[in-house]
Structures are given as structure tokens and as C-alpha cells.
Design a protein around this ligand. Structure first.
Ligand code: PGA
Length: 247
């Protein structure tokens, strides 16, 4: 899978223009991977309509940790699903850091997404100090145990994981292919311990963090890197298309 994460970028009009451009670029090709674009809530319904009949799927970047009710400004998983979106990014490091989303909150979001037929793209990853202290493995293990390893195997089969080292996000500092492979293989071994080898082998584990048209092929060539979650480079259709082609 190659999934874009627009973050808080693009007006509705600019988002429509970007999707039109991407659709045109993908028109005469059949991508070798699943293609997902993660957009702000306000774009979802329009973009979902625009990509009908194409290989492109749509993701929200977040959903509420409550089902419905008096939570001014929040958007529920059920509401996201009603737009035609199929995926929901949950636990992005920016949500964890700036909006104080704890493992318990993220666990609720994952459960609500699944209960409403959305497939979570669950993000994990260590900050720079943790990498420097060689704590990345224990950090991602705790993040998985805190929010998704409570799921049944049937539920977990709908979860895509995204390993995103926080020090690599938006910094131009990419994990080396060897660093990515090492931790992706570790994450897959954790999934195997919890759910068995077959489900682990079928789990999609994306890499995210300054992945671009130049470095994508080398990252995606690693056996345990099943694609990418792309921030900055998903905002330009030709760059995003080049990354899709690298998968
Ligand atoms: P980036 O962001 O590609 O701009 O580093 C990735 C992400 O945050 O998902």
C-alpha cells in the first residue's frame, strides 16, 4: 500500500485539483499496490465521490474516541464511514504529541473505527531521544500492546500498521533501508507472537518519515516494508505517483 497523509494542508478546491491531477496520472496504469489518500475531514465526501471507479481509496486522518453526542468539533468514525472513506489513520505521532492522545484514547478510536467498518492505519514510532538510547523496539512494542493487541485476530486482520520514526517525519532525515527493515521485521515478529505467523505475514506494515520519490524504491525493496505512509510528497501528484510506481 502507498497511502498519502495530507495533514492540515489544501483547501477544498486545492484538494479537488490535486485529486483530479492524480486521477489523470493514474488513468492508464494499474497500480501494483493499494493506493490510499488521507485527507482532512472536509474533503472526504467530495474526494470519495471523485475516486469512485478508480483504484484510489480514501482515508480520514483521525476520528473521535466517542461514538456520538455532545462533543463539539469532533467527527465520529460513523460519520467518516458515511462519506465513503474506507480507512482511518489513527495514532499519528502529531496527534499523540500535540493533542495528547494516549494509548487508551487510541484504543477507543481503533475499536470505534472497526465497529463502523473503517480499516485503521495505526501509527507507531519512537522519538529521536528514544532512538539514540536504542529504545525503539520497546517503544513500538508498548504502542502496539497499549492500543491494538487487545483486538481479536479477526479484528486485527483489518489493521494496517505504519512505522513512522518521529525524527524522520517532515525532517528530510529518512530511516535507512536497513534501519527500517530491522524494526519492521521486529514489529512483524511481535504480531506473529500475538496472532500467529499467517496473520503476521498478511499484515501490511508501512514505512513513513521523509519517504519520497527518490528513496521509496530502496525502502520498499526491503522484505518487511510493505509500502509507505507519505506526508509532504503526497501533496504533489507527480511525486506521489512516482512513489506508487516504486512499490
Ligand atoms: P513526511 O510525513 O512524509 O512529510 O515525513 C509522513 C507522515 O507524517 O505520515
Amino acid at each position: 500500500m502507498v497511502a498519502g497523509n495530507w495533514k492540515m494542508n489544501k483547501t477544498l478546491q486545492d484538494g479537488i485539483a490535486l485529486v483530479s491531477e492524480l486521477k489523470a496520472l493514474l488513468a492508464d496504469t494499474t497500480p501494483k499496490c493499494e493506493v490510499v489518500i488521507g485527507t482532512p475531514f472536509i474533503h472526504l465526501a467530495t474526494v470519495a465521490e471523485m475516486v469512485k471507479g478508480t483504484p484510489i481509496k480514501v482515508a480520514a486522518e483521525n476520528c473521535a474516541d466517542k461514538a456520538s453526542g455532545a462533543y463539539t468539533g469532533e467527527v465520529s468514525a460513523e460519520m467518516v464511514k458515511s462519506t465513503g472513506a474506507e480507512y482511518c489513520i489513527i495514532g499519528h505521532s502529531e496527534r499523540r504529541a500535540y493533542y495528547h492522545e494516549t494509548p487508551e484514547i487510541l484504543r477507543e478510536k481503533v475499536l470505534l473505527a472497526l465497529a463502523n467498518g473503517l480499516k485503521p492505519i495505526f501509527c507507531i514510532g519512537e522519538v529521536k531521544e528514544q532512538r539514540e538510547a536504542n529504545q525503539q523496539n520497546e517503544v513500538v512494542k508498548a504502542q502496539l500492546e497499549g492500543s491494538v493487541f487487545n483486538l481479536s485476530a479477526e479484528e486485527f486482520a483489518n489493521v494496517t500498521l505504519a512505522y513512522e520514526p518521529v525524527w524522520a517525519i517532515g525532517t528530510g532525515l529518512t530511516a535507512t533501508p536497513a534501519q527500517a527493515e530491522e524494526i519492521h521485521a521486529f514489529v512483524r515478529s511481535l504480531v506473529a507472537n500475538r496472532y500467529g505467523k499467517e496473520l503476521a505475514d498478511n499484515t501490511t506494515i508501512l514505512y513513513g518519515g521523509s519517504c519520497n520519490a527518490k528513496n521509496a524504491a530502496e525502502l520498499f525493496a526491503q522484505p518487511d516494508v510493505d509500502g509507505g505512509l507519505i506526508g509532504g510528497a503526497s501533496l504533489k501528484a507527480p511525486d506521489f505517483k512516482a512513489i506508487i510506481d516504486a512499490r
